[in-house]
Write a protein that binds this ligand. Structure first.
Ligand SMILES: *[C@@H]1O[C@H](CO)[C@@H](O)[C@H](O)[C@H]1NC(C)=O
Ligand SMILES: *[C@@H]1O[C@H](CO)[C@@H](O)[C@H](O)[C@H]1NC(C)=O
Length: 389
């Protein structure tokens, strides 16, 4: 009996212990559940906060993009304004341009003096007289803006006078003659010039003035070179150029069928014909009789060419490059076979406005007279000896 009692109380004790354990476990479970739901809450809160942050970032990135865009456009317009200001400055410089022009002219007088001295020697050393080639373009001076987009301007290339001649347009008959470069820069438009009326209209921009004679290209049935004396306003001579089927000599200057040039050796004609229409041809002319002395087919393409000039028997053809506003000598033809295109291919022109409608070399001054979209520009050349390469 006693044994049974002990057994019962033991069982009771075990039961009570068991209950306490279950209670304890239940409490723990509840606590864990509480904590899990707390975590759950926190995670959802973090997730939504993260979402909000992401949205904010996206909209801020969008704003940044917009700001970048407006910055870019304002930079662009700033760039073009700087360009414009540069042009205006150049232009203003030409308006107050007396100073630099006098500069050029002083140097010219010096050059002419040394030239006269050197001429004495040159008579005896005709073969070595002219061996210059361009080394680079040293400076550019915008002298004026007068006339239309296409035209030609030049000084008398013989040094016989200081007069400046302006052929405005590509099919006119009246040249504007200025007494000097200074008069041109001082003049309001053409007000200080006198008119020189030709007996027939000129064609293109390929003319020269040499030794008081205007040599202009006239186009009736055939291409004619007319020689016109500026002192008594009369035609001295004229000659039909002995070739038919002309095509415009430069791909980019369609009005100019034939171009004339003067260098140290005299008068040259630059032209192209249908028989050899991919390339430019060159002829040496006699400035007195207008006879053609010799002709060459060059390897210089017409395509993309805008102008050309001759220096010491070397034809330099100037092409438009892919960079906007840049022209470059990209082909050279030397009648003496001394200058190659590789040697001259690095001659770049400074930034310009449009396209050169004419480039006229003055052997007395070693300057190029350029007409660029109505601007009259001077390029100063640096020379080197052909033999020194
Ligand atoms: C210059 O030529 C252009 C076109 O060829 C013409 O429109 C302009 O009136 C001319 N300028 C003057 C001042 O004669
Ligand atoms: C004009 O002058 C040139 C050169 O002095 C001369 O050869 C020509 O005969 C003159 N012409 C006229 C019509 O006087």
């Amino acid at each position: 009996m006693r044994g049974l009692l002990i057994l019962l109380s033991l069982a009771c004790l075990a039961n009570a212990q068991h209950q306490a354990l279950i209670d304890y476990l239940e409490r723990r479970l509840l606590a864990i559940e509480d904590r899990i739901s707390l975590w759950h809450e926190q995670i959802t809160r973090y997730a939504s906060e993260l979402r909000e942050l992401k949205q904010q970032m996206v909209s801020q990135l969008e704003n940044l993009d917009k700001e970048k865009e407006t910055l870019r456009t304002s930079l662009d317009s700033m760039g073009s304004r700087v360009d414009r200001v540069e042009r205006e400055l150049d232009y203003l410089e030409t308006q107050n341009g007396a100073q630099p022009c006098v500069d050029v002219d002083d140097k010219l007088i010096e050059q002419q003096v040394t030239l006269v001295q050197e001429k004495q020697k040159a008579k005896y050393f005709k073969l070595t007289d002219c061996s210059d080639m361009i080394s680079s373009i040293k400076a550019m001076k915008i002298l004026k803006r007068v006339g239309g987009p296409k035209g030609m301007w030049t000084k008398d290339t013989s040094g016989a006078s200081k007069k400046i001649y302006i052929f405005n347009g590509t099919a006119e008959d009246t040249i504007n003659e200025f007494a000097s470069v200074q008069d041109l820069t001082r003049s309001q438009g053409f007000s200080l010039s006198s008119d020189l009326k030709l007996p027939s209209p000129w064609s293109g921009t390929g003319h020269v003035v040499h030794n008081n004679q205007v040599y202009y290209v006239s186009r009736a049935e055939e291409i004619t070179v007319v020689k016109f004396d500026t002192r008594n306003n009369s035609v001295t001579d004229s000659a039909v150029f002995p070739l038919q089927d002309h095509v415009p000599v430069y791909g980019l200057t369609s009005e100019t069928l034939m171009d004339l040039a003067v260098d140290e050796e005299g008068l040259w004609a630059i032209y192209a014909t249908r028989q050899n229409e991919k390339h430019i041809s060159l002829a040496k002319m006699d400035a007195n009789s207008l006879d053609v002395e010799q002709m060459w087919d060059t390897n210089c393409p017409r395509e993309n060419a805008e102008a050309a000039f001759v220096i010491c028997g070397t034809l330099y053809v100037v092409y438009n490059t892919k960079q906007p506003g840049r022209s470059r000598v990209q082909c050279v033809f030397d009648v003496n076979d001394m200058v190659t295109t590789e040697e001259a291919a690095l001659i770049y022109f400074p930034k310009r406005y449009g396209s050169h409608s004419s480039l006229k070399y003055n052997p007395q001054e070693q300057l190029l007279y350029a007409w660029d979209d109505g601007y009259q520009i001077l390029y100063k050349l640096v020379m080197k000896k052909k033999l020194e390469i």
